[in-house]
Design a protein around this ligand. Structure first.
Ligand SMILES: Nc1nc2c(ncn2[C@@H]2O[C@H](COP(=O)(O)OP(=O)(O)O)[C@@H](O)[C@H]2O)c(=O)[nH]1
Ligand SMILES: [Mg+2]
Length: 335
């Protein structure tokens, strides 16, 4: 690792936001660099509280996050915001516009905003998001907010590292409840009915209550659920109405988030959460690394050519060839 890195990492650990920005860019551009950075900062991570926020476009996420961040900065908290858009191949104007609008709401010294789109990140967008979370965590952010647009499985992956997951809904037709993908529903800790000033907010709350009651058994016993999540579910999701423009009910919201944090810490669930996070993250990394190794092997190996010949001659089939390659990689499949 070069000196420039060392210097950046020292500055990162001292809390300098600009060092975080530089390191994030370096990590995004090269996975080896990302690995080196995470290696040297990992022991300084684990202090930030991570909040995942999702909701349909227009539900008020950006406005909501601005108000939430304003509340936290009033408590002298340092905040990192990561806007993740798995559906977008580039950092679109919408995200940029959001950034500018958000920045008008609070002083910038203690707030860091980063947008991430799906630029075919090496090892996947959720792995890349994990790296950014760790860098901001080591940078002494107290709270890290990860925002994604409602698109299903990809945010379930992205939210695996979130302590509290918030889903924003709005008054009106029950469509948004129905469109919440099953996976997201299961990992939601706090349902927010935003735009409480609009007609139908209480009805939306009632619909949610009903849905949660219907889902209770499913929620706690489901085999559909990823095991990792099933083990940590004992929290009954809370529902809160908010007005993100006026800030109404945000004190209540902050209390609910604090209560959830308490729950995680005092029930011991946090230990489980940490273990699960390590497991799922390592699995992602491993998949990436193995894929890379395999692709490399296919590029340079004479053995591969030999196997192909054998398949051509029909003395083996592609399944057998795959098994031979697993052996070649030295992976013991009887572990
Ligand atoms: N009436 C009302 N409008 C809101 C509220 N929160 C956000 N909005 C408006 O909803 C629109 C979409 O908000 P935005 O934050 O861009 O939503 P996003 O697409 O989820 O990020 C904007 O015009 C906001 O001003 C709220 O609590 N009440
Ligand atoms: Mg937005």
């Amino acid at each position: 690792m070069g000196n420039s890195y060392k210097d950046l990492i020292t500055r990162l650990l001292e809390g300098e936001l600009r060092a975080a920005a530089r390191l994030i860019t370096l990590a995004e551009n090269d996975i080896k660099t990302a690995e080196e950075i995470i290696n040297s900062i990992y022991k300084y991570t684990g202090n930030a509280y991570i909040i995942g926020i999702t909701g349909a476009p227009g539900s008020g996420k950006s406005t909501f996050i601005s108000t939430l961040v304003k509340k936290y900065t009033e408590q002298d908290k340092k905040i990192g915001i990561i806007c993740v858009d798995p559906s977008s191949p580039l950092t679109g104007g919408a995200l940029l516009g959001d950034r500018i609008r958000m920045k008008q709401h609070f002083s910038l010294e203690n707030v860091f905003i980063r947008s991430m789109a799906n630029r075919g990140q090496l090892g996947g967008l959720s792995r890349a998001t994990e790296d950014v979370i760790k860098i901001l965590d080591a940078n002494k952010c107290d709270v890290i907010i990860v925002e994604t647009v409602g698109v299903g499985q990809s945010e379930v992956d992205i939210f695996k590292s979130a302590h509290s997951v918030l889903v924003l809904l709005v008054p009106g037709l029950g469509d948004d409840i129905q469109t919440i993908k099953a996976g997201i529903m299961e990992i939601t800790d706090i349902f927010v009915v935003n735009k409480m000033d609009l007609e139908g907010a209480d009805r939306k709350v009632a619909e949610l209550v009903q849905m949660l009651e219907l889902n209770m058994n499913y929620k706690f016993n489901s085999e559909v659920l990823n095991d990792d999540f099933a083990k940590i579910r004992k929290w009954t999701p809370e529902i809160v109405k908010t007005n993100s423009i006026t800030g109404e009910n945000f004190d209540k919201l902050l209390k609910i988030i604090a209560k959830h944090k308490e729950f995680l810490e005092h029930s011991g669930v946090i230990q489980n959460y940490k273990r699960n996070r390590i497991k799922s993250e390592t699995l992602q990394i491993l998949k990436y690394k193995l894929t890379e190794k395999i692709e490399q092997l296919f590029k340079d190996s004479e053995k591969i050519e030999e196997y192909i010949n054998k398949v051509m001659e029909k003395s083996i089939d592609p399944y057998s060839m795959a098994e031979l390659i697993i052996e070649l990689l030295g992976i013991n499949n009887n572990v």
